[in-house]
Design a protein around this ligand. Structure first.
Ligand code: KIV
Ligand code: ZN
Length: 387
């Protein structure tokens, strides 16, 4: 029996913090409904104290979403916690996520607080959040650059104060997988009341390691991962939900956990977020990029036509594509060429005709990046005229 890995989606909060990715209330509600359809466990809908608009967005999401927990972010201050509590009040299941920084540089240069004051404030914030809901998440911000002993101290105190989820943010994307995984191992071993809370990973992608770091956290005991659709988020973004979920689903032989995500809804979610934010998805993006299930080289096409698993580790259909794709270009071989023509209803009378047309196709492919069905039709028509 696998452990349940909780998927906490923060597209509407950390994702929205991506410069230029602001969303209206209506847009947030549309995305939240798609996340619910995808069976995301927790939707972080925004930062209610940030603006009246964000307060209203979180409240609107809390009103319409029934099957996912709706979460609001709050700094460890009275105003933020009250706003978050009010915004999530209509939810079937609501959570407050409160945070305070614990790294030396953040405490000294940003908060101008001593470590003792930070612990005291964290405890106060968790208790205050518990006045609104018994589902409280606490994050020691910049945990990835915090001192281990201090991290253990503040987390133990937050759990005693009533935090039910402890989220470990690598706020600036500084960690590498072995180190981040080891951090979870240490925290779970050293904090005496660690079994009273779910430990969560929240990674940023500054070094391109957000998914790898999240996976290292999971293999070392994390049971919640925070992520965003298309990896949207501050600076280089957050852990990409689609990548994390499909890594876990595809490698069930390796993981002792699984998520509840209904993966055929992934592509719709990706396109919705891309259309709403105007952030396009790069073609070679794993899972949701246009080329993620496309084959151009002749050797690969031939293999896939014989058996899909020769070059495919998951099925395009399982993440929402209608099928995989054979792209005809200069690397393509005769098998893919012939198969596509057959699909277009073209049969050659002789092998020689096929060979001649294939030669012309290669000449054309040298001049053009991608050969479309219309190009193939034109090649066949030309060949018929000359015969
Ligand atoms: O990256 C971060 O530290 C955050 C916190 C608010 C959890 O987004
Ligand atoms: Zn973050």
């Amino acid at each position: 029996m696998k452990d349940h890995l909780i998927i906490f989606d923060t597209t509407l909060r950390d994702g929205e913090q991506s410069p230029g990715a602001s969303m209206t209330k209506e847009e947030k509600v549309r995305i939240a409904k798609q996340l619910e359809k995808m069976r995301v466990d927790v939707i972080e809908a925004g930062f209610p104290a940030a603006s009246d608009g964000d307060f209203e967005s979180v409240q609107a999401v809390a009103k319409v979403i029934k099957d996912s927990t709706v979460c609001g972010l709050a700094r460890a201050v009275e105003h933020d916690i009250v706003k978050a509590g009010q915004a999530i009040a209509p939810a079937n299941s609501g959570r407050i996520h409160t945070f305070i920084a614990t790294s030396p540089i953040h405490m000294e240069m940003k908060l101008r607080m001593t470590p003792d004051q930070v612990v005291e404030r964290a405890v106060w914030a968790v208790k205050r959040a518990r006045d609104f809901t018994d589902n409280v998440e606490f994050s020691p911000e910049d945990a990835g650059r915090s001192e281990l002993d201090f991290l253990c101290r503040v987390i133990e105190a937050a759990i005693d104060a009533g935090a039910t989820t402890i989220n470990i943010p690598d706020t600036v994307g500084y960690n590498v997988p072995d180190q981040f995984g080891y951090l979870f191992k240490q925290l779970l071993e050293r904090i005496p009341n660690a079994d009273k809370a779910i430990f969560s990973a929240h990674c940023h992608n500054d070094l391109g390691l957000a998914v790898a770091n999240s996976i290292a956290a999971v293999t070392n005991g994390a049971r919640q991962v925070e992520c965003t659709i298309n990896g949207l988020g501050e600076r280089a973004g957050n852990t990409a939900l689609e990548e994390l979920v499909m890594a876990v689903r595809t490698r069930q032989d390796y993981f002792s956990v699984d998520t509840r995500i209904h993966t055929p809804e992934i592509l719709t979610a990706s396109r919705l977020v891309s259309n709403i934010t105007g952030f396009s998805v790069q073609p070679n993006k794993a899972i949701v990029g246009a080329n993620a299930f496309a084959h151009e080289s002749g050797i690969h096409q031939d293999g896939v036509l014989k058996h899909r698993e020769t070059y495919e580790i998951m099925r395009a259909e399982d993440v929402g594509w209608s099928t995989n794709k054979m792209v005809l270009g200069k690397h393509s071989g005769r098998n893919a060429f012939k198969t596509r023509l057959q699909e277009l209803g073209v049969e050659f009378e002789t092998e020689q005709q096929l060979n001649d047309t294939f030669v012309r196709f290669k000449e054309l492919a040298d001049r053009k990046h991608e050969i479309y069905d219309e190009d193939l039709q034109a090649l066949v028509t030309e060949a018929n005229i000359e015969r």
